[in-house]
Ligand binder design. Sequence first.
Ligand SMILES: Nc1nc2c(c(=O)[nH]1)N[C@H]1C(S)=C(S)[C@@H](COP(=O)(O)OP(=O)(O)OC[C@H]3O[C@@H](n4cnc5c(=O)[nH]c(N)nc54)[C@H](O)[C@@H]3O)O[C@H]1N2
Ligand SMILES: Nc1nc2c(c(=O)[nH]1)N[C@H]1C(S)=C(S)[C@@H](COP(=O)(O)OP(=O)(O)OC[C@H]3O[C@@H](n4cnc5c(=O)[nH]c(N)nc54)[C@H](O)[C@@H]3O)O[C@H]1N2
Ligand SMILES: [Mo]
Length: 829
Amino acid sequence: MAANSGSQDRIGQDRIGQDRIGQGRIGRDRIGQPWGERTPFGPGGEWPVRVDEYLEEGLEPGAVDRWVQTASILHSNGDAMDIAVKDGRIAGVRGRAVDRVNRGRLGVKDLYGWQANASPDRLTRPLVREGGRLVETDWDTAMDRVAGRARELLEEQGPSALGFYTTGQLFAEEYYTLGVIAHGGIGTNHVDGNTRLCTATAAEALKESFACDGQPGSYTDVDHADAIALFGHNVAETQSVLWMRILDRLAGPNPPKVVCVDPRPTQVAVHATVHLAPLPGTNVALMNGILHEIIANGWVDQAYIDAHTLGYEDLVAQVKGYTPETAARICDVPAEKIREAAAVLGRAERLLSTVLQGFYQSHQATAAAVQVNNIHIIRGMLGRPGCGILQMNGQPTAQNTRECGADGDLAAFRNWSNDAHIQDLARVWNIDPMDIPHYSPPTHVMQMMRYAEEGSIRMLWVSGTNPAVSLPELHRVRSILGQERLFLVVQDIFLSETAQFADVVLPAATWGEKTGTFTNVDRTVHLSEKAVDPPGEARADLEIFIDFAHRLGLTDKDGAPLVKWTAAESAFEAWKECSRGRPCDYSGLTYGKLRGGSGIQWPCTEDSPDGTERLYADGKFWAAPEYCESYGRDLVTGAPLEPTEYKAMNPSGRAMVKAAEYLPPHEGPSVDYPFMLTTGRTLYHFHTRTKTGRVPELQAAAPEVWVEVSEQDAAAAGIAEGDLVEVASPRGSVRAQARVSGIRPGVLFLPFHYGYWDTEGGRAPDGDGSPGRAANELTITDWDACSKQPIFKTAAARLTRLGPGEGPAPAPTTTASAPAASAQQGGTR
Ligand SMILES: Nc1nc2c(c(=O)[nH]1)N[C@H]1C(S)=C(S)[C@@H](COP(=O)(O)OP(=O)(O)OC[C@H]3O[C@@H](n4cnc5c(=O)[nH]c(N)nc54)[C@H](O)[C@@H]3O)O[C@H]1N2
Ligand SMILES: Nc1nc2c(c(=O)[nH]1)N[C@H]1C(S)=C(S)[C@@H](COP(=O)(O)OP(=O)(O)OC[C@H]3O[C@@H](n4cnc5c(=O)[nH]c(N)nc54)[C@H](O)[C@@H]3O)O[C@H]1N2
Ligand SMILES: [Mo]
């Protein structure tokens, strides 16, 4: 049904005709039934294998030339797969049965997504701006321009003129190299990743509670849990294989209870024992209400609290006032449901919690995510089978951006405010400790944009991210990126909306075309091998970074090249050494060990050669002052704690219970903008669709932007399914067809996938206020004080009916965007 509008189907159609859908080995059904058949299992059992495969039409598995090992690059789950190579091309994928993460399964994006690699409009040659236009050139010219400008600015202004904005979609080897160049070579503090938009709160929440990043839990906790709680996490659509694992538990004997906290009727909500649909932006109040109940009922492990934690008394005092009735009033959910949810969480013997963007992308992101940690800490539910916290990642390699220091943090979870850690890093890199910027916290991307706007950042190198669609308040972002005085380098695989602003465009090789490793949210490291050559002259990101380091002449203190490795495996060896002895210890891993078998969870050392399933068994943490990654922050102001403050507070490295008062969102509904707008994802697309928009099956499943509105609000505004409406915030407007869905009243939802590269002429909305279709035309320049993660989940908005549309909204019907009426009939397409 979603393909009804027809007009958008042209993308890639001539290359892989629509008639192909349904003729592959998985076929159309995987679009309509994206979680496939159930393979039920019971508590403590082993998740059965189910191998998913999709090969191009007419290709039999036996006719595949080679299978090349890799893992998924379209979400953070880390689903292991093999790429089918035929005649030097990628011709399909198959899940890896041996892998601990997916046991053969693949999600719908991965089954079809590889087709984007072969898009005819891949970037194949570097581009430079000449007379206002981007023209093709050779690598020497392009890289000389980049290195030349960098050198000029270093001489004129110093390192602070340069900023690097990278991604959660490259490989560990690449981030490590970029981190060495930016921190160790250039010495700028302006280094961040789009992981700031994505998992900054995951990292910060773990730092607040455990003084260190790193997920305590493991996916195998799904197999053991008797309760699974998902906080602002639409796992069914965003880590669909992890959802299959949960569905298989739900279909088996003694299924776990499920708690879902989400304002929309996601598939998680549909399957939940208790579904709480709070008003966006009220998570802390809800969590305090739940914690109030847990404490009031004595569902705590006092012996664990006494032995391994600090701060419990503050929490008791803080949540005292948050009776379920009080929380219910703030969140607009029934008090009884809060009691029910608290009972599930409080009585569970093996509780697994996951947290994601519904919590992370809001004004009290860290404070809310920390309350989930608190439930586990005060109930002693850590480090045992079924007792896990997954402060989720989103992007496939976001964990590595953080570990390797490409998000501004220092490599291998070293603490920027611990001088001994700086000295140790300087030893590893063979440079002077004073050359590593550590005078203040790393600059987060929203601050970098501000510096670019003010003109102090004069060169910005964007790799593997598309800020012209993914950052908030796009008209402002466009005006910053479009400035004459900013030298913008964009390293991408397509001419993205961002690349169109660039002074130099560097064509990258991507997944399947280069080798490297990456780590998923449960610390499982996978090797991803090169299967085919990149198109044209495209080069691996690693090669590009190394080339830059050499052109700039970066050296260590003995005059040897700073970047001493030349290829992926030697980069991995260097990274291993850097990580040795730190929490994310890779020293026991090799490419050889990762080849052939399953992924392996860090820490992996000589002592734990098979990796480590769960962290924090026996109440032992990485929180000792001399070892920890972070001394933490004030949850309200975000101010970092001084080393001495932390040493006084937590000398023996306990887990920290941190309480937080609820504060209302900075921008709430008003008379002019009566709705709360929230934004997010659909199953069938990945981010700004540079890949999935070029895949016919996925593009057809969700061809155009839509807006979800509740039955009640639609009726009040005279809006029917499919009507054309305008959603406006104080910052801009978006035109879309309305999907009347089961979303909670008072809330609108826009998917954020739709930029403008595939619109007529690929042009941005005019500056005169003409409407766009990117959700971020509407979002606000604001962030969580602690994690600095931007607020994408709340903005005040108004809704206006413009007229009838053509047919129903182009929104999937299998997912949270199912129409309200058909949702009751089971929501099939
Ligand atoms: N199909 C698909 N999968 C993906 C991606 C993709 O683009 N497409 N991207 C990957 C990445 S990078 C990420 S970060 C993850 C994100 O994965 P998720 O966090 O699961 O995805 P979102 O849709 O951003 O947000 C999740 C839910 O938050 C809810 N929500 C909104 N506001 C609130 C609130 O105030 N409180 C609560 N409790 N919930 C709220 C929304 O209704 C939504 O269902 O997905 C990863 N996987
Ligand atoms: N309104 C709203 N906005 C959001 C969010 C939201 O929920 N709502 N979510 C936020 C989150 S969690 C995220 S993660 C971001 C994602 O936002 P972006 O990172 O901007 O989204 P992508 O489309 O993944 O952009 C990745 C870019 O890298 C390119 N690329 C792919 N592979 C490679 C490679 O191997 N090498 C190189 N050099 N380039 C490559 C792609 O073509 C693409 O242009 O969006 C954020 N923005
Ligand atoms: Mo993300």
